[in-house]
Design a protein around this ligand. Structure first.
Ligand code: HEM
Length: 493
């Protein structure tokens, strides 16, 4: 009885504090979100978090309180203030505890301490220099060529192929081989490797973990809330990663082709200590996943979206085929000069859901878009709301690569001239911007270029897909994409 009284007194005082005294209390938003993280937990668990944020921004204005200690912003100035501000590449708004699966070492992605992050980022950067990426290009060709070969065998059959699965395989095969020379052979064997199954199997677990971060009293119980299969999957993914890294370290001076370990642990450096190995294990695991998931989405969604706009799709095909007489001439550098391909990839980035989780940061006590935000208050940017807003993009819910074309291009359309294209940062900004951006551009250009040069691709009937992903969409740690059935016939024209 006494305990119940104490709990309700504590809860009432906390509500009062959150509503009237908290440093974020002057910002509008749903009342439930102001007093409890239940609002966040509910929308995160339904998988519709980015849409819920967009909804409240529309209702309450450009800054919304989406949790007792969390604000969401939508203006480009806010994005720049939060992510791009830094002193000598030490970010002003440190990363929040969001996706951190614990285990001591935080690697690169989970590192919250700005100075430590800077030190790790500096060590990782050489793996993504243009020179290093170009030396790794043969690996991209190898898997994309294998994909093209496989599609010649199975892509033209009447029942078609399911593209989400195949693009997951090719993107993961490339990412794992680029990271630590690990050949997963998913495209070759047309089946998912245990690592891929394990990380998708752990996706829900990651969501629970993210939610319980906000409920510190429940946090120690998190494994009790999780399906045992998901825990097994997470442990399996970690074990597989560690075993592959051990294999790669053992072959340090006898590798077949360049990979990221060449820069992270050069063959000439001394054998790593257990602590260095643990760090490398976390960093490589992060590079494999970060280098796979957005790439597979780009492969899948660029084809999926453009097939729904037949005239545009034909222009894209003509542009690619017109630029190359032979398949072997297709390279990322040669593809870089194709404006419609570039525009289609950018438009896909606009419509997919990378950054849908808000990329949360913690205010150091600074101004965001003219609002002073007290130290310790969480801030995030509503990437999904920004890209779907008619205030920033004409026909925001349609696939319109035209908006990214230069004004002298034949397909340029002045209807898009006021679009906020210069404020769109799909790879984020500032010290924590994506180090894999250049790699991503090369990989995605090459895949779309080679596939559309070789095949006439058609979507199988009865699967019109919404490009806004309001239905059939889920976002936990990673966002789940729809299946998409296509037929790929060797080109006739
Ligand atoms: C279309 C493809 C890609 C997109 C749209 C993308 C987008 C992003 C974004 C928005 C961030 C910032 C996340 C944050 O602030 O929390 C990020 C970080 C990161 N990305 Fe990418 N990325 C892509 C491809 C890649 C590739 C190919 C790699 C290579 C391994 C990569 C590696 C990373 C890493 C390691 C980080 C963490 C950086 C840090 O915390 O300092 N990404 N990416």
């Amino acid at each position: 009885m006494l305990f119940a009284l104490q709990v309700s007194l504590y809860a009432s005082l906390r509500c009062f504090y959150n509503l009237y005294l908290h440093p974020a209390c002057r910002f509008p938003g749903p009342r439930l979100a102001a007093i409890s993280n239940i609002w966040y937990a509910y929308h995160w668990l339904t998988g519709k978090y980015p849409m819920a944020i967009a909804g409240v921004l529309e209702r309450y204005g450009d800054v919304v309180r989406i949790g007792p200690n969390e604000l969401a912003f939508v203006t480009p100035q806010a994005a720049s203030d939060i992510y791009a501000s830094h002193t000598k590449y030490i970010e002003h708004f440190p990363k929040a505890s969001f996706v951190d699966l614990g285990g001591g070492d935080k690697g690169l992605t989970w590192e919250k301490d700005p100075a430590k992050h800077r030190a790790v980022a500096k060590k990782v950067a050489p793996a993504f220099s243009v020179k290093a990426i170009k030396s790794k290009e043969p690996t991209m060709h190898k898997y994309i060529d294998l994909f093209v070969q496989k599609m010649k065998e199975v892509g033209g059959q009447k029942e078609g192929i399911e593209l989400r699965e195949w693009t997951d395989w090719v993107a993961m095969d490339i990412s794992a081989d680029l990271a630590y020379g690990h050949e997963m052979r998913q495209v070759q064997q047309a089946k998912s490797a245990p690592f891929l199954k394990a990380i998708w199997g752990a996706n829900f677990l990651i969501a629970i973990h993210q939610i319980l971060h906000k409920f510190p009293l429940l946090s120690p119980l998190q494994f009790a809330f999780m399906p045992p299969g998901a825990v097994v999957n997470l442990l399996r993914a970690r074990r597989l990663n560690r075993a592959e890294l051990e294999r790669r370290i053992a072959q340090r001076d006898a590798t077949e082709h360049p990979d990221h370990v060449d820069q992270l642990l050069p063959a000439s450096s001394p054998a790593p200590t257990p602590t260095q190995k643990k760090h490398l294990d976390v960093v490589i695991g992060q590079l494999v996943v970060a280098g796979y998931e957005p790439i597979s989405s780009q492969f899948l969604c660029t084809l999926m979206f453009s097939l729904q706009e037949p005239a545009l799709h034909q222009q894209l095909v003509d542009e690619i085929r017109g630029a190359f007489a032979r398949y072997d001439d297709i390279t990322p550098d040669a593809l870089a000069g194709l404006p419609l391909l570039h525009a289609a990839l950018l438009e896909t980035l606009r419509l997919t859901v990378i950054g849908g989780g808000g990329l949360p940061r913690v205010s150091p006590g600074a101004t965001v878009d003219g609002h002073y935000i007290a130290r310790g208050v969480g801030v995030q940017y509503a990437h999904w709301a920004f890209t779907r807003s008619p205030r920033y993009f004409h026909e925001p819910r349609c696939f319109r690569p035209q908006r990214w074309l230069p004004a002298d291009h034949a397909a340029w359309d002045p209807a898009f001239k006021d679009d906020a294209t210069q404020h769109f940062f799909p790879f984020s900004q500032g010290p924590r911007a994506c180090p894999g951006m250049e790699l991503a551009w090369r990989e995605t250009r090459l895949f779309i270029g080679k596939v559309l040069w070789t095949f006439d691709v058609e979507a199988l009937p009865g699967q019109e897909k919404s490009v806004v992903f309001e239905n059939g969409f889920r976002m936990y740690g990673m966002w789940s994409k729809p299946q998409f059935w296509v037929r790929l016939q060797p080109r006739r024209g």
